[in-house]
Write a protein that binds this ligand. Sequence first.
Ligand code: NAD
Length: 455
Amino acid sequence: MKSAQELVASARNAFNNGKTKSREFREKQLQNLLRLVEENELEIMEVLADDLKKPKAEACLAEIAYLKNDVKGYLYSLKELMEPEYVEKPLPNVMDTVLIHPEPYGVCLIIGAWNYPIQLTLSPLTAAIAAGNCAVVKPSEVAPASAKLISKLLPKYLDNECYHVYNGGVAETTELLKQKFDYIFYTGSPEVGKIVYQAASKNLTPVTLELGGKCPVYLDDTVDVESAAARIVWGKFMNAGQTCIAPDYLICTKDVETKFVEAAKKKIKQYYGENVKKSPDYCRIINNNHAQRILKLIEGQNIAVGGDHDMSERYIEPTIITNAKPTDPIMQNEIFGPVLPIHTVKNAQEALQFVNSREKPLALYCFSNDKQIIDLFLNNTSSGNFLANDVVMHFSCETIPFGGVGNSGIGSYHGKFGFYTFSHKKGSMLRSINKMGEMMQGMRYPPYTENKLQT
Ligand code: NAD
C-alpha cells in the first residue's frame, strides 16, 4: 500500500496539471462513479449485509438509489453549476465584469462513516469530483466489508492519479491528518470532529464536519398518534437506530406518552413481526463495543417496550424507555442504537426549554397540527435541519442544505450545496486597461489634494 504522503503527492500532481478542471473530465468521472454503483449493486448489498445485516430495501433506498440520484443530479446540473455567477455591480464598477467564479480547492480528504458506509463515503466524493477536485478517501474501518469493497472498486472505475483510497483505523487517519490537504470533509462523532478540526487548523485547511448528537422529537396531542408512531418508529429503528438523524429521544406530555407507547408497540410488531430477531428487515449493531455501549445505556432504565438482546448476534430489540432522568447517560449521550427514551413535559414551552438547554442537534423534529407550535420550534431553536411532522425524510431533499450547527457540525452538502462546499467562491473583477480608462482613475492616486477628499 502506498503511503499517505505518496497518495497526496500523486493527487496534487494531477491537480496541479489541471487534469480535473474541465467539465468533460468531471462528467466522465461521474459517469464512471454511476457505473461503479450500477454494476456492483449486488456486491454493495452483500457487504452491507455483512457489516450491518442491512436489509436489501434499506440498502437500495438509503445507499444505492440515493447515490445514483446524487450522481445523476450532478451530471444534469454540472454545466450550470460550473458557470460563473455574474452579480450586481455598484456604480464605480459599471464598466467592469463582476463575477463569482467557483474554483476547486485542490486535494480533498474525505473521511467516511460506518453506518451508511457506502453512501456517506461516496456521496461527498461525488460532490468533490463535480467541483473539480482530487481526493483521498478514507472509508470507516468499523465497516470492514464496505471499506474493502470501496478500495477494490474505486481504482477500477475512477482516475488512478486523482482519486485514492486509504484504508485503516485511528493510526492511518492520524497519518492522513498530518498531510496538507486543501479541504477536509469528515463524517463522524463530535469528539473525533474536534481532532480533525485541530489537525486542519495547522494548515488553515477549510473543513466540513458532519457530526452527530441527540436529535429530539416533540410530539403534541393535536396529531394522530398512530400516524406519528408509524413515522417515528420507522426512522428510529431503521438501521437499528444507527442513523445520525434518527430520532434520539421523544418529548411529550404524560398523556401522549401513554398513547404513543401503545401505538409504537403495534408499529414495531407490524414492521418486524412477533419476533424481531427473526425479521429480515432489522439490522444488527455494527460491533460488540457498540452493542455493549448501547446495553450499558439501558441498564437500570424503565423498559416500556422491548429490552431483549443477543450479544452473539449483536442484536438489540427495538426498545422504548420511560421515566429516564435528564441526567441519566441515556439522556446525555447520543444513543446511536435502537433505544428510544421518552422525556415527559407539561407543555410545548417546557419542551422548548429542554431542547434549548442542550447542544444544538443535527435535526429537530416537531409533530403538531398547530401551526403556531411548529413556528414556535422553528423560530426559537437552532438545529442543523428542522422537519415538521416527519423524521429523517429531509435527507433526500437535495434542494435544502444538509448539515449541523454548533456541536452537530460545520458546513453542509447535498445537491448544489455539495458542489459549493467543495468550491472556493472566487469573487472576481475583470477590468480593462487603456489610456482613456486611466484618465477616469485619477481621483484615487496621490497626491491627495483637497478636491480628492470625499466621504
Ligand atoms: P468516529 O468519529 O468514532 O470515527 C470515524 C473516523 O475517525 C474513523 O475513520 C476513525 O479511524 C477515525 N478516528 C477515530 N478516533 C480517532 C482519533 N483519536 N484520531 C484520529 N482519527 C480517529 O465516528 P463513527 O463512530 O464512525 O460515527 C458515529 C458518529 O457519526 C455519530 O455521532 C453520528 O451521529 C455521526 N454521523 C454523522 C453523520 C452526518 O451526516 N452528520 C452521518 C453518520 C454518522
